[in-house]
Design a protein around this ligand. Structure first.
Ligand SMILES: *[C@@H]1O[C@H](CO)[C@@H](O)[C@H](O)[C@H]1NC(C)=O
Ligand SMILES: *[C@@H]1O[C@H](CO)[C@@H](O)[C@H](O)[C@H]1NC(C)=O
Ligand SMILES: *[C@@H]1O[C@H](CO)[C@@H](O)[C@H](O)[C@H]1NC(C)=O
Ligand SMILES: *[C@@H]1O[C@H](CO)[C@@H](O)[C@H](O)[C@H]1NC(C)=O
Ligand SMILES: *[C@@H]1O[C@H](CO)[C@@H](O)[C@H](O)[C@H]1NC(C)=O
Ligand SMILES: *[C@@H]1O[C@H](CO)[C@@H](O)[C@H](O)[C@H]1NC(C)=O
Ligand SMILES: *[C@@H]1O[C@H](CO)[C@@H](O)[C@H](O)[C@H]1NC(C)=O
Ligand SMILES: *[C@@H]1O[C@H](CO)[C@@H](O)[C@H](O)[C@H]1NC(C)=O
Length: 551
């Protein structure tokens, strides 16, 4: 019985084999005959059966492994998550860091919960604040679960995360928060534990100027120290605090310059530190050496640059450079040797050499009301993204950083104070850019600000005639960023939405959304003449984009 079955299985194979071999032609025939002529013994038949059986089993196993058992999803990240806080307000702050060490970036943000029925707010009093107070929260980038949250201030004025801590401290990195009403606290970035907390010496009348500056170590604890600038009347006052204890170093001192927020700590190519500030229609500055000497009454580790001292000596109140129009932003950009300075005023954008302050290029007739951002339009070449004008006339310009030439420009109406543009490096050494605008050049003059929908657009320089509309958002956007959650993949956006005013608590939410998922449901906007590709082909090209971690 068994044997008959086997015979039946083997014979077709033999026939098959003969047929194909006949087709091979005359040259092989003689060889064939030699092989086939001797009648197969029972043993060799068994061998053949065993051979084919094991081959079949092998193939079956390969088939099972490669097709039927699905690959385990390598990413533990959810593609989208959202968390809510009722009756809250939030702040324009988002930071990312891998907090739970799962190799997926996590998200930090601030909120203030005014809902006293929510028992988490009770811990405000535990930290010595009255209810409501401001919390810093760290949520998992993978699934949005809260990793830690902690009351940090009555109302936060300045926040800076990932500040290095001394090696003998229990934390390697901290978030430093300065409260509006005299609190000053550092929490462990990874656990939320308080590292130190001090009453700050900032007076009630002073307005705290952003940002919190980190200066080279002064008190010998091998961690950067902190410089807080405040404005009291016409004076800009500086105070230095230890980065590892929060204690003030020396006295507060006037910088003897005018100026508002947006200061920058600049290091010249000769290694001299200067604090730069936008002031009216000038760039103002003062030397860190001078401030240190006034604050401590001692000679410090800082030095002066003779060229800069000459300029400062010939002007009053720290004016380094006169600008056409009010200076809005100062920004560091990488230069050929060290950092250069991009100065944005109400009338122009100027790239200043980081050593001699000479303009490298100037782009006139611009009205930039938002801090520029950087990205790559051509491979490995930095471009500056500026937004020229506001509302219906807003134009996005990509400028070559080294020449100031306009590489790409597009009219994209926006709301006043809409979210900033951002970019993510892609594997082709360019960047994917993300811009916010009003949906399809809508008639803004007719719309109520409440029901205006803002749309997120994606752009990649390999398709300069295409904008991809990724999402429509009608909530008020407080902060936004595009983030690479895992190296080389999983690019996602994080959106922090909340009430427009801190006097009107409402729903605060944080959302993460994977970019590739949005691309598949996006709307393709053709700029200028139509592209030969179909919309689906364009979406496919965008979803095939690979992202690169910035070195
Ligand atoms: C927030 O408020 C809504 C209704 O306004 C309620 O359904 C929801 O459960 C609340 N969420 C929390 C976390 O309290
Ligand atoms: C919040 O309230 C719930 C129930 O009312 C309680 O189980 C929980 O322990 C409280 N949490 C805190 C942090 O007090
Ligand atoms: C989120 O992921 C963490 C592990 O990374 C897990 O402990 C937690 O339970 C998850 N939370 C949710 C809501 O899935
Ligand atoms: C704040 O300024 C007002 C008027 O300039 C002054 O009267 C008051 O004493 C100041 N308060 C503090 C705490 O400095
Ligand atoms: C600045 O000017 C003062 C006198 O006006 C002079 O004594 C000083 O040497 C000058 N400093 C520099 C660095 O030129
Ligand atoms: C900026 O916008 C203004 C007004 O919309 C326009 O006149 C000017 O040419 C624009 N600048 C550039 C560099 O395109
Ligand atoms: C926008 O609204 C104005 C005033 O209502 C109207 O004159 C104009 O035609 C509208 N434009 C478009 C594009 O609908
Ligand atoms: C945004 O909304 C408009 C209409 O309001 C719609 O045509 C468009 O498809 C939406 N875009 C996305 C990405 O959903």
């Amino acid at each position: 019985m068994m044997d008959k079955d086997l015979e039946a299985e083997i014979h077709p194979l033999k026939h098959e084999g003969r047929k194909s071999q006949e087709n091979l032609g005359n040259t092989l025939k003689s060889e064939d005959n030699l092989k086939i002529k001797p009648p197969p013994s029972r043993l060799s038949r068994c061998r053949t059966v065993a051979f084919f059986l094991s081959l079949f089993i092998c193939l079956f196993v390969v088939f099972i492994v490669s097709f039927i058992i699905p690959c385990p999803d390598q990413s533990l990240s959810q593609r989208m998550w959202r968390i809510h806080y009722n009756a809250s307000v939030t702040y324009d702050f988002l930071a990312v860091e891998d907090i739970n060490k799962d190799r997926i970036q996590d998200v930090l943000f601030l909120y203030k919960n005014t809902d006293s029925s929510d028992n988490v707010t009770r811990s405000c009093t535990d930290e010595g604040f009255s209810i409501p107070c401001t919390f810093v929260a760290a949520v998992s980038g993978a699934n949005g679960s809260v990793l830690w949250e902690k009351p940090v201030a009555q109302d936060v004025a300045l926040v800076e995360c990932a500040v290095r801590q001394p090696s003998d401290s229990k934390a390697s990195s901290a978030c430093i928060l300065v409260g509006r009403l005299g609190s000053f606290i550092a929490v462990d970035l990874f656990t939320g534990e308080t590292l130190w907390s001090c009453p700050s010496t900032i007076g009630g009348n002073a307005s705290i100027l952003s940002p919190l500056l980190q200066v080279p170590d002064i008190d010998g604890d091998s961690t950067p120290d902190l410089l807080i600038l405040t404005r009291e009347g016409q004076e800009v006052i500086g105070a230095i605090y230890s980065g590892s204890t929060g204690h003030q170093v020396g006295h507060r001192s006037s910088l003897d310059v005018d100026g508002d927020g947006g200061a920058l700590l600049h290091v010249t190519r000769t290694g001299a530190h200067y604090i730069l500030l936008p002031c009216a229609s000038s760039l103002c500055g003062c030397s860190m050496k001078g401030l240190y000497e006034k604050v401590t009454g001692k000679d410090g580790p800082f030095k002066n640059d003779p060229l800069w001292e000459n300029i400062l000596n010939s002007t009053t109140r720290g004016r380094l450079l006169h600008s056409s129009g009010a200076v809005h932003y100062l920004m560091h950009v990488p230069g050929k040797a060290g950092q250069d300075i991009l100065l944005v005023s109400s009338e122009s954008c100027v790239l200043l050499d980081g050593q001699d302050l000479m303009p490298r290029w100037t782009l006139g007739t611009t009205q930039v009301l938002r801090k520029p951002s950087l990205g790559r339009y051509k491979p490995d070449t930095l471009a500056v993204v500026i937004e020229n004008g506001t509302s219906i006339d807003r134009q996005i310009l990509l400028l070559d950083l080294s020449t100031g030439a306009v590489l790409w420009s597009q009219l994209l109406p926006s709301l006043l104070g809409g979210p900033p543009s951002t970019s993510l490096p892609t594997a082709d050494h360019c960047s994917a850019f993300f811009f916010w605008g009003l949906h399809e050049m809508a008639n803004t003059s007719e719309m109520e600000p409440q029901d205006t929908q803002q749309s997120l657009y994606m752009f990649h320089p390999t398709l300069p005639g295409i904008l991809l509309e990724l999402a429509n958002v009608s909530a008020n956007i407080v902060a936004f960023d595009a983030i690479l959650f895992e190296p080389s993949r999983h690019a996602a956006y994080v959106l922090l939405t909340g009430p427009t005013s801190s006097d009107m608590p409402g729903l605060v939410s944080v959302t993460k959304h994977k970019v590739r998922d949005l691309v598949s449901g996006s709307r393709v906007v053709h700029l200028g003449e139509g592209s030969p590709d179909s919309d689906q082909a364009i979406r496919d090209r965008f979803s095939r984009l690979r992202y690169r971690s910035e070195a």
